[in-house]
Design a protein around this ligand. Structure first.
Ligand SMILES: Nc1nc2c(c(=O)[nH]1)N[C@H]1C(S)=C(S)[C@@H](COP(=O)(O)O)O[C@H]1N2
Ligand SMILES: [Mo]
Length: 317
């Protein structure tokens, strides 16, 4: 992964205000949708241009109150290797990704395996707004208002067997639609695979994301459904997921496979364990000039540190 400085990216109050539905407008729109008996997401057809509001009417105690990054930053400065290895190609190249019809196969060590249509999946549990910090392994960060619900809601419904120890996530593999998957070199083995230990996957902070800034996910942010795991480096949160498999053995995630010396399975944000090629002690919040100190577990230590008690986090990086 290369580090590029997004010189043209600055937080813009005006853009944010214009784009983000303010709280009142947001609730009004959601209420109108519900009253009409028309779930907002039924309009979420990739064929419909423009932006579609989600009825994400619940706030969450897990949200940070730090200032949000702008819609422009969040949707413009992106890692999504299926659409190129630089930060700016995904916004351009992911436009044509077809996100309907879309299914997510939930299988493996479960009593009730099922292939969900994404429009069914989005209605499985109440949507919440989760304002999370994102810390990329490349030492930049953002604050993003995701919309989604805990992955645990889905996992509970498929009834894990006693052998389910890990959860494996797989991104769409479609070289015809994803130019990065046609790249000759300098890329990953496809499809993109990520994984979590079962207790991590069941943690209420780990969410399935369907939207951001109150609207359906832009394609470059992992439409139509992705993971968001805020205490881990960004690459743990797989985008555009087509398969969720409960398994007995620890999955080999794509970045670990590509470079096991630099990327491990756990990948918890940890300012005391440096990347072999750079420090993880500080980060640059996109839009800010001065560096910030990186926080243990990205600031979520109170919620997640217990998951790793007794583990050597230098060994399990
Ligand atoms: N399928 C897939 N998922 C992915 C990536 C990717 O290249 N492919 N990049 C990861 C990385 S490194 C980061 S930092 C985040 C960035 O996107 P976001 O800002 O939408 O979370 O997506 C993660 N998920
Ligand atoms: Mo990242």
């Amino acid at each position: 992964m290369l580090i590029r400085k997004p010189g043209d990216i600055r937080p813009s109050e005006i853009t944010d205000r214009a784009i983000y539905l303010n709280r009142r407008q947001f609730i009004q729109r959601a209420a109108a949708l519900l009253a009409a008996g028309v779930p907002g997401w039924q309009g979420a057809d990739a064929a419909v241009p423009g932006r579609i509001a989600l009825p994400a009417i619940r706030k969450s105690a897990y949200s940070t109150n730090e200032p949000l990054n702008s819609f422009k930053d969040i949707t413009g400065y992106i890692n999504f290797y299926e659409f190129g290895t630089d930060k700016y190609s995904p916004a351009r190249l992911a436009k044509s990704l077809r996100t309907r019809p879309w299914t997510v196969k939930v299988s493996g060590e479960v009593k009730r395996p099922k292939t969900f249509d994404v429009d069914e999946l989005i209605k499985l549990a109440p949507l919440e707004e989760r304002i999370y910090r994102l810390r990329c392994v490349e030492a930049w960060s953002m604050v993003i208002p995701w919309v989604g619900y805990p992955l645990a809601e889905l996992i509970r419904r498929v009834e894990p067997t006693g052998n389910a120890k890990y959860v494996e996530f797989t991104t769409l593999h479609d070289p015809a639609q994803m130019p990065g998957q046609r790249a000759f070199f300098g890329s990953l083995d496809w499809p993109y695979v990520e994984g979590l230990r079962m207790d991590e996957a069941m943690h209420p902070l780990a969410i399935l994301g369907f939207g951001l800034y109150g609207e359906v996910l832009p394609n470059q942010n992992g439409a139509p459904v992705r993971m968001v795991v805020p205490w881990k480096y960004g690459f743990k949160s797989a985008k555009s997921i087509v398969s969720i498999r409960l398994v007995e053995k620890e999955p080999v995630n794509s970045w670990q496979k590509a470079n096991p010396h630099e990327y491990g399975f756990y990948s918890n944000v940890n300012p005391t364990v440096d990347h072999p090629r750079w420090s993880q002690a500080t980060e640059r919040r996109i839009g800010e000039f001065f560096k910030r100190k990186t926080l243990m577990f990205n600031g979520y230590a109170d919620q997640v540190a217990h998951l790793y008690s007794g583990m050597d986090l230098r060994k399990y990086y």
